[in-house]
Design a protein around this ligand. Structure first.
Ligand SMILES: Cc1ncc(COP(=O)(O)O)c(C=O)c1O
Length: 482
């Protein structure tokens, strides 16, 4: 059931909003954005107009007009006695309509940090077809995964210095399917999970959906403050920790050897299971020396990985490398979830693991070119924005000169550029996320140039106080983030 959102919670989610132009318009735009990117769920009950006015320090007339505007756009339903409830007009229709897809060919969506299929991918499908007869002779139900793929994945870990046997591998529907399966297996409602304060939001939502409670670490220079971890663990009992130590999404930070050692020590001491998302580890664009896999520091670690970032998200093949005693509970949990991953796609990934090193390199080369191109365009067109060069991963994590991320996102959508506002990546509400914006470099160079041109226009709208003047975007959609 969707929650009731208190006035103070909504005020903190909204953060600072534009004071130029009519305040009710800034407010309704802010609430619309929160609904679109999933921070306010369909069916949520909003606070009363009076409570919201008091929490924001605006007049009651302003909040009345705000809600009236949201009602007129079909996003809010108000009924006597049941208050104002968020209503997404198409929420009951097919799932694919819940994804932000460009309304027209001219719209650029930088909400996904996922590459198109690299050169050579088609060949892997073709050679998998030649192996299909063997597969068709089976039922195709593979709750732990295709044996040949489990062997190849185990061998890959072993070759990289982490001895692994095939029984430790469970093939899943992407890395997100892996996180969700682990959350279902490990967690009971009410148990706590330690998470980085800024992270990949859908993974956090997987833990929340099974009743997990997040303890978000403070955000400092590094996402892995071990002093904060220690006091969090001392404060209350935690079941699991979810972390992305390699080319962390969205900051691209790499957890150092010392940090891995300190985390392993603390988590072991407090009997907390590390769930370690390594799905970006192979997107090592500059070939930097990464510390060993987190599992080398703590053999209890449950590793998550997938083919999405190094090959193609459309395969929807991921996997878990688990300690032996967790494998059967994982496979049992699948019986109520999905019964396994598509057999043919597992065959395709098996082909890629044997013959796909050039395909993976082609993918990295195009990401490298995209990254460098985007950095160059930003330096020329938007020098006000700080952009560091990540050594790997699929996106830039920008620092804005002010807390304008949501305003900039709203203004950009009016120029046909869809972005994910910084706060979406923050585990707890607060204004810190408004200083940041994630900008993926997974699209073609001309598209990235055009995206920067539109971002500049949006930036000028926000700075020049015209961000409320343009017409609102055409459609209401929910967001999927990759
Ligand atoms: C850290 C992280 N984990 C999981 C996912 C989801 O990956 P998949 O497509 O393999 O489910 C993403 C996608 O962006 C990600 O960045």
């Amino acid at each position: 059931m969707a929650p009731t959102i208190s006035a103070s919670r909504l005020a903190s989610l909204l953060g600072p909003f534009a004071t130029d132009g009519p305040a009710y318009r800034s407010l309704s735009e802010g609430i619309r954005l929160l609904v679109v990117d999933g921070r306010v769920a369909d069916g949520s009950r909003l606070p009363s107009e009076r409570e919201l006015a008091a929490a924001l320090g605006v007049s009651r007339t302003t909040t009345t007009r705000t809600y009236a505007e949201l009602r007129a756009s079909g996003l809010l339903r108000s009924r006597q006695g049941s208050g104002s409830v968020v209503h997404i007009p198409f929420a009951a229709s097919s799932a694919s309509t819940l994804i932000v897809t460009p309304d027209d060919a001219d719209t650029i969506a930088l909400t996904y940090s996922a590459p198109a299929g690299p050169a050579g991918l088609g060949r892997a499908f073709e050679s998998a077809v030649t192996k299909l007869p063997g597969l068709l002779a089976t039922t195709g139900y593979l709750p732990d995964g295709l044996p040949v793929l489990r062997e190849l994945l185990a061998q890959r870990y072993t070759d990289r210095g982490l001895p692994t046997d095939p029984e430790q591998i469970v093939v899943t529907n992407g890395a997100l399917g892996a996180v969700s399966l682990i959350a279902h297996t490990l967690m009971s409602p009410g148990q706590r999970v330690v998470v980085e304060g800024v992270s990949y939001p859908h993974a956090h939502e997987s833990f929340i959906s099974v009743g997990g409670r997040l303890s978000a670490l403070p955000i400092g220079e590094s996402p892995w403050d071990s002093v904060a971890l220690s006091s969090t663990l001392r404060g209350s009992r935690h079941r699991a920790a979810y972390l992305i130590p390699d080319f962390h999404n969205p900051t691209a930070a790499i957890m150092s050897d010392d940090e891995r050692g300190a985390w392993a020590h603390q988590l072991r001491r407090h009997d907390v299971v590390p769930v370690v998302d390594e799905s970006l580890r192979d997107v090592n664009l500059d070939g930097v020396d990464l510390p060993p896999s987190y599992a080398s520091y703590d053999s209890r670690a449950v590793l998550v990985d997938s083919a999405s970032k190094s090959f193609w998200g459309g395969l929807r093949v991921g996997w878990v490398r688990a300690p032996h005693d967790l494998v059967m509970p994982l496979v049992q949990a699948r019986m109520t979830l999905d019964l396994g991953t598509a057999a043919f796609e597992q065959l395709v990934l098996s082909e890629l693991l044997v013959h796909g090193s050039q395909t993976a390199e082609a993918g990295r080369a195009s990401l490298r070119a995209g990254r460098d191109h985007l950095l160059g365009e930003l330096a020329t067109a938007l020098p006000e924005i700080e952009a560091r060069r990540p050594a790997g991963g699929l996106s830039l994590w920008l620092t804005l000169p002010d807390r304008i991320s949501s305003q900039l996102t709203a203004a950009a959508s009016r120029h046909g550029l869809l972005l994910t506002p910084g706060p979406r990546f923050f585990a707890s509400a607060g204004a810190a996320g408004e200083r940041h914006l994630r900008l993926p470099y997974t699209q073609s160079e001309p598209t990235l140039s055009e995206a920067v041109r539109r971002l500049r226009l949006a930036y000028d709208d926000v700075r020049g106080g015209t961000s409320q003047a343009a017409a609102p975007p055409q459609s209401e959609t929910l967001e999927m983030i990759a």
